[in-house]
Design a protein around this ligand. Structure first.
Ligand code: URA
Length: 342
C-alpha cells in the first residue's frame, strides 16, 4: 500500500494532520477492513508506555481504516495501485497499432474480432505502467482463451466445478473467499443466472443467499417454485471485492464457464436476473427495462433454449415499485412452464 494521508481535506493549503506509511502493514493485505481495525486495536492494547510513538502511529492507521470502513471500503487488496482505465486504453492502443500494421497488407481494415493467440501485449519496457498491470495479473485475451479451453473440457457439472476451483485466470479468485458455483437442482427445468455473488454468497459459497436471494425465494414461492425445482448460478462465480460491478474483462473470462454450465445443465428455460446477466448471455445492448419480459432464444451450440430476462432482485429491493414488472415476468414464466408440461 502507498503512504496514505488523513485529515488534510482537499484544500491545497491544508497540511496533513496524520501521515502513515501503510507499507509496513503489508502483511495485512487482503484482510477485511474489519479485521485490520481489530488487529490495530489489539496492537495498541499491548503497547507499553515506552512504545508510545508506535502506538500513536497505529492509532493513526486505525483512524484511516475506520474512515475507509465508513465510506464503504471493506477490503484491502494489495500494495500496488492498478489503473484499470489505463489497462483498457493500452489494450485499445495495441489493437489500433496492430490494425494500422495489418491494414496495408490486407488492403482492408481488420475486424474487431481476433483470435486470442494473435493478441500482442503492449510492450512492457516502453510502458512502465503496463508492468504494474502485468504484475497484478490483469486478465487478457490469453486468460479468455484459457477459460474457453478449460470450460470446454468439462464433461459434467461436477467436472466444471473442479475446473473452476483450480482455474487461476480470473483475478477475482484471489480476493474471493469461496467459489460460488450453484445452488438448487441441476436437473431442474428452469435455470436462473445472476450477475456475481455478494458478501453473504461469498461466505456461504452459494448464490443468492443474502437479501436479494431471500426476495428471489419469495418470488419463486409466488409461482409455486422453490430451490428444489430450480437451478441457480451466476455469470461470475467469484465475489468482486466490495461488491463492485465485475469489469468487462472479468465477465469475458467467466463467460465460457457459465455458458458451459448452461449447456451441461441443459434447462428447458433460462431466466437472466438483471441487465448484466442478460447483456453477458443474450449478447444484447438493450437495457433491462426494454429487454425484460421478452422471450429470447439462447443458443448453447447444441440447441436453442427459451430465455426470459427480468429485473434483478437487488434492483427490486431498491425500487419496490418495479416489483409489478417482475411479477408479470414471473407469471409469464409460470404460464410458459405450464404450457410446456402439457
Ligand atoms: N446478486 C447476484 O447477482 N448473485 C448473487 O448470487 C447474489 C446477489
Amino acid at each position: 500500500m502507498r503512504p496514505v494521508r488523513t485529515g488534510s481535506g482537499d484544500r491545497p493549503d491544508a497540511r496533513p494532520a496524520i501521515s502513515v506509511d501503510l507499507a509496513q502493514y503489508r502483511h495485512y493485505a487482503r484482510k477485511s477492513i474489519n479485521e485490520l481495525c481489530g488487529a490495530a486495536k489489539v496492537a495498541i492494547g499491548i503497547m507499553s508506555g515506552a512504545e508510545n510513538g508506535r502506538a500513536t502511529e497505529i492509532q493513526a492507521a486505525m483512524a484511516l481504516l475506520e474512515f475507509y470502513r465508513e465510506v464503504g471500503v471493506d477490503m484491502a487488496l494489495g500494495e500496488t495501485p492498478v489503473d484499470r482505465f489505463l489497462e483498457s486504453r493500452l489494450e485499445l492502443e495495441a489493437r489500433q497499432a496492430r490494425a494500422a500494421i495489418a491494414a496495408p497488407a490486407t488492403g482492408r481494415a481488420p475486424t474487431g474480432v481476433r483470435l486470442p493467440a494473435e493478441r500482442a501485449r503492449p510492450e512492457p519496457q516502453a510502458q512502465p505502467q503496463a508492468r504494474v498491470a502485468a504484475a497484478a495479473a490483469v486478465p487478457s485475451g490469453d486468460e479468455v482463451a484459457a477459460a474457453r479451453q478449460a470450460a470446454a473440457s468439462a464433461a459434467s457439472l461436477d467436472e466444471l466445478r473442479d475446473i473452476l476451483s483450480w482455474f487461476n485466470g480470473c483475478n477475482l479468485k484471489q480476493t474471493a473467499k469461496t467459489l460460488v458455483f450453484a445452488d438448487g437442482n441441476p436437473e431442474a427445468r428452469v435455470m436462473f443466472v445472476g450477475e456475481a455473488p455478494g458478501r453473504e454468497e461469498d461466505e456461504a459459497g452459494l448464490p443468492f443467499v443474502g437479501r436479494s436471494g431471500q426476495l428471489l425465494d419469495r418470488m419463486l414461492a409466488a409461482i409455486g417454485l422453490d430451490r428444489t425445482q430450480v437451478y441457480i448460478a451466476n455469470v461470475v462465480p467469484w465475489r468482486p471485492p466490495g461488491n463492485r460491478t465485475p469489469t468487462p474483462q472479468e465477465t469475458e473470462i467467466c463467460k465460457p464457464f457459465i455458458a458451459r454450465q448452461i449447456a451441461l445443465a441443459d434447462p428447458q428455460v433460462l431466466v437472466f436476473l438483471g441487465g448484466a446477466s442478460a447483456a453477458a448471455l443474450a449478447g444484447t445492448k438493450d437495457g433491462i427495462l426494454k429487454l425484460r419480459g421478452r422471450w429470447l432464444d439462447y443458443n448453447t451450440g447444441a440447441r436453442s433454449i427459451k430465455a426470459l430476462a427480468t429485473l434483478h432482485p437487488a434492483y427490486l429491493l431498491r425500487q419496490p415499485i418495479q416489483k409489478r414488472l417482475a411479477w408479470r415476468d414471473f407469471l409469464s414464466l409460470k404460464r410458459h412452464l405450464e404450457a410446456e408440461s402439457g
